[in-house]
Design a protein around this ligand. Structure first.
Ligand SMILES: C[S@@+](CC[C@H](N)C(=O)[O-])C[C@H]1O[C@@H](n2cnc3c(N)ncnc32)[C@H](O)[C@@H]1O
Length: 551
């Protein structure tokens, strides 16, 4: 009998979904060997704002492009892969919620199956990017929260579920609501590994205000602690006589937390409280100066982290007179996410940038960041100018004062290129732009070769394997040149648009172990193989999916 799994299924789950080019188009599910299911697109650096490190890949990065392409680039292109794969400490995403509502700046159009396919493809890549001590936070509302939890169980493993944070986003009830006025959004938090430990949050005046000092204890304010415990304890059953002669014993089924000798020691040290008249049940004092910072809780109030109104006001302060971005999140909200999950210098990724709150807060909190937004209009109108203001110290709002941000650092802008394939009635062809150096660069990224600009006739390296890309036909003359450029013990992968009949046998003779690949056919099959490996590596496929959950 086959072993059944607990799994959320939907039509087209095993296929790849093509996102329609415009908001009114219909999504189409295609087989996994379709070029779009595996293509790694070319990315071009397009600009610099502020100060950036010499290594362009190690700068903070603002991509304009689809999150899927950006995640693939980070996972697959060697120059990015060595910096980001397995090294991202926090992924926070606030994707389209699938609410069926048309927002002003993007279309929230997807049906449940479409949305699940869309998200699954991206989560599989996100899981590759997360550091062993990293975490992923997905911001949602009621439309998909419950389905997303099952999907995240599948991709990250149910034992890595950490919390479902509830954010009080509404300031006031919406009386026009047909049934309920919704007050909250959710953020699903999963860790890469089960032993993930969140940072504690600094204590606040409010959390400290419950401590007091009615007996002027020189150790400062304290809270009365429960003297009883539920756990059986061999020295935990005795009768204790208090200062006024009244005697106390644990209630049935409970035990003193400490032995009688220890209680006497604490009492002699002034650490036991018998009430204002000395006649109450003893409490063991818990001093404010001995308690740790605060463990994060799952309900985040608008007073603590701001609401939708807060973020709208933040937008207005940055972009006076411009109609606001539809769905920004408050900076204090993002500050809390970053405090819990990262340290200064850690890499933060948000591939649904919107107005750029995650990157803005990461910059102010001295984290490294990568973010991407699909709409160039949103990047131009909101994300880029906002982040430029942060870098220049021209954004006095949000958390700027709280974290003493005065500007500094910088970032690079990156554009994701168009597809190098064209799906035509005659099969998949190479796009017209895929020629010369751009074709060679695209092939290098696609096959995971590090790009080498000055090594002609070679153009890439992966261990002892070199890459040569021929924008035309490969025959004996090209093979002679390429093999002549190889170092000792090196082999070559030659990618060409057409292959002359004798080429493969000549190459096998002069450089055994080298190979010829025809574009686009062989690029597509190698991409499909790579993506299949990723899908099969998710917990659902490695059989750790349904057992156990975090205590
Ligand atoms: C809910 S908003 C994010 C808001 C953001 N957290 C902020 O504070 O401004 C979602 C954003 O994702 C963008 N988006 C939608 N589909 C995308 C995709 N496939 N790749 C990248 N961005 C996408 C939308 O254009 C929109 O700006």
């Amino acid at each position: 009998m086959t072993k059944a799994r607990l799994e959320l299924v939907w039509p087209g789950k095993d296929k790849f979904m093509l996102v329609p080019k415009d908001a009114h188009g219909k999504p189409v599910w295609v087989e996994r060997d379709h070029p779009a299911a595996s293509e790694v697109r070319l990315a071009d650096f397009t600009g610099i704002v502020g100060d950036v490190p010499e290594d362009p890949y190690a700068a903070n990065l603002l991509f304009t492009g689809d999150s899927l392409d950006v995640l693939r680039i980070l996972c697959e292109v060697p120059e990015y892969r060595s910096i980001y794969r397995g090294k991202v400490k926090l992924v926070y995403i606030d994707p389209p919620f699938n609410t069926g509502q048309a927002f002003e700046h993007y279309d929230d159009w997807m049906e449940h199956s479409t949305w699940l396919s869309f998200m699954r493809e991206r989560l599989l890549l996100i899981s590759d990017l997360l550091a062993p001590d990293g975490s992923v936070w997905v911001h949602l509302d009621d439309a998909e929260h419950h389905r997303m939890r099952l999907l995240m169980d599948e991709v990250f493993g149910p034992a890595n579920f950490v919390a479902s944070v509830i954010w009080e986003k509404a300031d006031s009830p919406r009386n026009s609501a047909r049934q309920f006025s919704t007050d909250q959004d959710y953020v699903l938090v999963y860790s890469r590994n089960i032993d993930w430990s969140p940072n504690r949050l600094p204590r606040t005046a409010e959390s400290d205000s419950i401590y007091s000092n009615p007996d002027d204890d020189p150790r400062g304010p304290w809270l009365p602690g429960d003297p009883y415990a539920n756990k059986p304890y061999s020295k935990g059953l005795y009768e204790k006589v208090g200062p006024t002669g009244r005697s106390f014993s644990p209630p049935p089924g409970r035990y003193w937390r400490v032995s009688e000798e220890r209680l006497d020691e604490l009492n002699d040290d002034g650490r036991v409280w018998w009430g204002p008249t000395g006649n109450a049940r003893p409490s063991i004092k818990r001093y404010l100066n001995e308690v740790a910072d605060l463990v994060p809780r799952t309900i985040w109030s608008k007073e603590d982290v701001g609401s939708n109104r807060t973020s709208k006001n933040e937008m207005r302060a940055i972009f006076a007179g411009v109609s606001s971005f539809a769905t920004p999140k408050p900076e204090r909200f993002m500050e809390r996410v970053l405090r819990i999950s990262t340290q200064p210098g850690d890499i933060v990724l948000d591939c649904f940038a919107g107005s750029g709150t995650t990157a803005a807060v990461a910059q102010k909190m001295r984290r490294r960041w990568v973010t991407s937004e699909i709409l160039s209009s949103t990047v131009e109108q909101f994300t880029l100018p906002r982040l430029a203001k942060v870098v220049k110290g021209d954004d006095a709002g949000g958390i700027t004062k709280a974290v003493a941000w005065e500007g500094g650092g910088g970032f690079r802008t990156v554009a994701v290129g168009p597809s190098m394939y064209e799906d035509t009635p005659f099969g998949v062809l190479l796009a017209e732009w895929a020629a010369n150096v751009r074709f060679a660069r695209a092939v290098a990224g696609q096959l995971g070769f590090e790009w080498q600009a000055d090594a002609a006739p070679l153009c890439g390296v992966r261990g002892r394997m070199r890459l040569a890309v021929v924008d035309g036909a490969v025959g004996s003359e090209e093979i002679r040149q390429v093999v002549g450029a190889l170092g000792e013990n090196e082999r070559v992968t030659i990618v060409a648009k057409s292959v002359l009949p004798e080429a493969e046998s000549i190459l096998a003779e002069v450089s055994p172990g080298s190979r010829i690949r025809k574009a686009p056919r062989d690029l597509l099959t190698s991409g499909a193989r790579r993506m299949r490996r990723r899908t099969e590596a998710s917990p659902q496929h490695t059989d750790q999916s349904t057992e156990g959950s975090r205590p």
